[in-house]
Design a binder for this molecule. Structure first.
Ligand code: ZN
Length: 165
């Protein structure tokens, strides 16, 4: 296996019709690098990286291990489902209400642990662009995981919440 310096790369078309810009994601899965002048000068998120973060650009040569598929189920918390070989192939995922930050971040945290990528979760859960995996882990370590309460048959729904580690 060859050594790889980047986790992912994208080729972002130039607006002026010049050569496309190559945006690279570091092996840490969080740091984006571009070759345009604004990025090289300021080291801040340039418009090319913004396009990548917004999911507007297809990545170059998809050779990453496949990501588990997110499936929405009536479950209390994220439940990974392993396939043959022990790899997590899909994750049963509860519906979230976007005004519940603690619950949403718990689901995102669990999905990250199951192997879903940060870029996927950023788009799916409309996470702020500056929110990192490290921030999410720190939040959950501090506040615990918030999951749905037990299922109540008569009401046909989960009732309340529970806080677990
Ligand atoms: Zn750039």
């Amino acid at each position: 296996m060859s050594e790889r310096k980047w986790l992912k790369q994208w080729s972002v078309p130039s607006e002026s019709g010049a050569r496309p810009y190559k945006v690279s994601l570091d092996l840490d899965g969080e740091t984006y690098v571009c070759h345009c002048w604004p990025f090289l000068r300021e080291r801040t998120t340039c418009k090319h990286i913004k396009k990548v973060l917004a999911g507007e650009v297809p990545e170059i040569g998809e050779d990453l291990p496949p990501e588990p598929v997110i499936e929405f189920w009536n479950v209390r918390e994220v439940i990974p489902v392993t396939g043959r070989g022990g790899r997590i192939v899909r994750v049963k995922t509860p519906f979230v209400s976007f005004d519940d930050t603690h619950f949403t971040l718990t689901v995102v945290y669990d999905l990250l642990k199951a192997g879903v990528r940060m870029t996927t979760l950023r788009n799916r859960y409309r996470l702020p662009k500056d929110l990192t995996r490290v921030d999410i882990e720190a939040y959950i370590q501090q506040n615990g995981r918030k999951i749905y309460g037990p299922w109540e048959e008569e009401r046909g729904q989960h009732v309340g919440y529970e806080f677990v580690r």
